[in-house]
Design a binder for this molecule. Sequence first.
Ligand code: OSB
Ligand code: MG
Length: 384
Amino acid sequence: MDPRDRPSLTAALEALVLPAIDHVDLVTVRLPFVAPFGTSVHVWTAKEAMLMRLESQGVTAWSECVSDPDPFYAYETNTTARHIIRDFLLPLVEPGITLGELEGRFRHVRGHGMAKATVENACLILIANQQGVALHELLGRPAKRIPSGISIGLKETQQDLLAAVEGAVAKGYHRIKMKVKKGQDIEWVRAARTRFPDLPLMVDANGDYSLSDTDHLRRLDEFGLMMVEQPLSYSDIIEHATLQRAMKTAICLDESIHSLADAAAAISIGACRVINVKQGRVGGLLESMRIAHYAAGCGIGVWSGGMDETGIGRAVNIHLQTAEGFTLPGDTSETANYFDQDIVDQPVVLDADGFIDIPKGPGIGARVVPERVLKRTISAERIR
Ligand code: OSB
Ligand code: MG
């Protein structure tokens, strides 16, 4: 299949007509984490998220930009996203055009998928709210229970890591991902694997290695991991193909994939056997659906990643996982792993079988609590 033959699964969404939007607000909130989240690229102690609020004839919709205040995971930051949205994307949003036309206009702006996703998702959520339907219904997908997965950050000691893994196993997570970095990898994985021989386990390196580490990375093969996520550079596809040929363990690409075209290129050269789709990183829900559909058709595993989102982005990720092609548990874990109190009224929790229910109600389901947003706001700007 040529990936440029856009699958018809998004045709109905591309035909949606944008309503007139009376007001647009960008609100940046800061929510402290219950514990620092360590990765090979940075340790985050809070989620600073830029939210977009749309208002149309009394109906409101909130979306969340998945960027951070820093460019350590991706080049986009909350500040670049604000600039791109305010100065380039929002002027392209006009009543009466279709979502497909909006996507076409957005293509004139290169990159900045997180900024684009914020606007596209807000439009979709607004339309869902106006129609009184759940976001997954608007996406044309039936409700289902979403299998959970957790991303465990780097820990100070192997004991701390084992305690975190034990806690996640007790909760019933369907798969557990642990962050690794150079010098904190083989023996740490061995500790977790020895304690839980049958656990669906994977690692994420956030690009900490290079091809000269191939022999070292091959040592991961003995642990029966589901996959190793983004072992090589955030911008690489080619060398991942070389590494994949040298490793038994499946490679999953995260940072390297920004579009369906990237996914198709990676798949065509055997750079990965799994793709982590983050709706923000790839420019929104429609492109996410296209990637998942295409990859699954190629026999590539797909799951939804996360960016430590507040309840808004977390709910979007949950709705997305009803789409075709999302075959593996993602990085959607309980709210309590991140925040004491979220800005939405329904925290994400696991049921007894480790599944997540789609929040009920129109749009994202979860209801944004304005007082909680206000309490966490560090800046706000009305841009229309
Ligand atoms: O690489 O998937 C990643 C969080 C921030 C930035 C990058 C990543 C992550 C996670 C956490 O792994 C996912 C989540 O729990 O939301
Ligand atoms: Mg990752």
